[in-house]
Design a protein around this ligand. Sequence first.
Ligand SMILES: *Cc1c(COP(=O)(O)O)cnc(C)c1O
Length: 425
Amino acid sequence: MIFENTLAFAQNLDLQDPLAKYKNEFIFPQHQGKDVIYFTGNSLGLQPKRTKQFIDDVMNDWANMAVEGHFYAEKPWWDYHERFAAPLSKIVGAKPSEVTVMNTLTVNLHLMMVSFYRPTKSRYKIICEEKAFPSDQYMFQSHVHAHGLDPKEVIVEVKKREGEHTLRLEDILQTITNVGDELALVLIGGVNYYTGQVFDIEKITKAGHAAGAKVGWDLAHAAGNIEMNLHDWQVDFACWCSYKYMNSGPGNASGCFIHEKHHADKDLPRFAGWWGHNKERRFKMEPNFDPVQGADGWQISNLPILSLAPYLAAITIFDEVGMEKIIEKRNIITAYLDFILRTINTEVNGSFEIITPSNPSERASQISVFLHGEGRPLFDYLMTNGVITDWREPNVIRLAPVPLYCSFEDMYHFGQILKKGIQRN
Ligand SMILES: *Cc1c(COP(=O)(O)O)cnc(C)c1O
């Protein structure tokens, strides 16, 4: 498609957008009486209007039934989490039995490490990406320490090449080959949080398995953003948070995928709790743990229903729309934002640089921009002009044109404000 950087062109794209009506499903912070232009759905998604009702329902059931709500609420609490399996499995490309909701992201990564990072004398290394999200780095280090090993000898980071902003697939695959027989686990973010680079989950998983390792994924920036087939790709495990692209609310519950091939193995080490115990016998209070066959077998505690309610509300939207349509719009709106950025950049003499891959197969709903001129003050200028972006040291702003609630007109107005901001000095 040939784009134009004009209001009329942007408005015409909105007219043709089958998802345009979903903007009205979300609540926007206000700036001078108007909705802000919201680019930080990769950090905290907006609140869907339908969410409040889901929370109110739980509050009402609690008020009216108290303990009886566990079994007699309209959506009983004792198996409330099971309502997520079917819709979430469609979002990540899994079987319902492979998906569950529990805890928070880093906690679930810890639980998965207990089951799937089993170092031996000869096979103990972990491959991850350079500058992984800090929580993931701390998580790796703490497991390595817990096994009495030295992180310097265990953790192998795949690095960017000199002068490049993103990782090359060939370098990841080569590192896997090089570590070879010593490789115990590959664990990478499916979409890099800083650059927005999308990794080839299928190829990397295959390579990890060929080396005899387990392969897991941190899907914080991938879930609800990219198409995945975790089951077919034979991914061993994956975890994601729900408050970014999935709009479940601040700090909310995490989703977890564990491939079917691991379900029957009751001897797989895991940290157990009563909610992972045989469903029919859970309330018999037996002494010996008998895990549910499926991802639910990794559950620990009875679930925080008030936290699951907004997550459930949010995924009803995904269920209505479907990932296919979301991805279709994502591709166009990201390309349009990319076009607007490049157009503005030529008008301001190249004062910034896009560090997200321009190849559509390597990017999703994020464009990261490295500012060559002023950084923080420009970010502040955008903020005070109703554009919410995300600031990352040393000089990067991240922009997520989330397909469910960003419009093409938003992209156009953003471009105008950005240009003014750069030219104001
Ligand atoms: C957002 C994010 C996290 C956050 O972890 P929490 O446990 O939910 O606080 C972890 N890893 C990555 C890659 C992220 O992008």
